[in-house]
Write a protein that binds this ligand. Sequence first.
Ligand code: PXL
Length: 282
Amino acid sequence: MQKQKRITAIHDISCFGKCSLTVALPIISAAGVEVSAIPTAVLSTHTGGLTGYTYRDLTEDILPIIDHWQSLDLTFDAIYTGFLGSFEQLDIVSEVFKRLKTSENIIVVDPVMADNGELYKIFPPGFPAGMKKLCTQADVIVPNITEAVLMLDEPYQEGPYTPAYIEALIRKIAALGARQVVLTGVHFDREKLGAAAYDSHTGVVSYAFSDWIEGYYHGTGDVFASALTAALLTDIALAKATQIAVDFTVGSIARTKEAGTDIRFGVNFEAGIPDLMKQLGL
Ligand code: PXL
């Protein structure tokens, strides 16, 4: 048996409403990869469309966790970050990257902060500039179109998009420093929705689409980025990893829609795990 890969996932834990760590842990574990969690905050629910949530900030715990891990000589094949609750956490996670980065591992940043043209209400207006700085340390970035334009300080445009627009946008994001960029929310018509993937070593942009399912389902960005990370750690090439992540996410949305579940409660990704494992060759 090969040595098991290990990653650390740095996200909040929203106790209800599947997203962030409650999504990243099971999906990446399903790929046979060990996940060490660093919770950035504990919330009773996520903040998307739900009000009255509790919020316990864990900023002060992050570096002591790393100190302890370093005393144990722990190493990681990837460092994967998602929702970060404050400017201070951006600086701390930057420090975590400096401490845990090696020539062999990858840093995956999902710059969770916005969607549908709007910054999430919990974040101050300067947050995208801070997230942009963090992205300069990443090997792989997984923004949606809103997050990409906010980091580039460009106006948000509604789709459908053109390949020329998407390819220019993805190259500008890659110029921040990441080798690979996967841009979500890409569509050239109202029939298909998916992602574009760019590898700056080859200069190639590839697309992964699926049938468009109407409705805004919460937590799908985390389902997508977790499945993508799982596939990349299984040594699947970027274009195929992106298609696997699109199919897994869309399957989760379809099941949830069919069940008539509240769109704020998260998607049924669990039932898709056996197929995901098959796609990953496990
Ligand atoms: O799914 C992204 C996400 C993660 N964590 C929290 C959130 C959101 C999106 O709203 O509120 C706490």
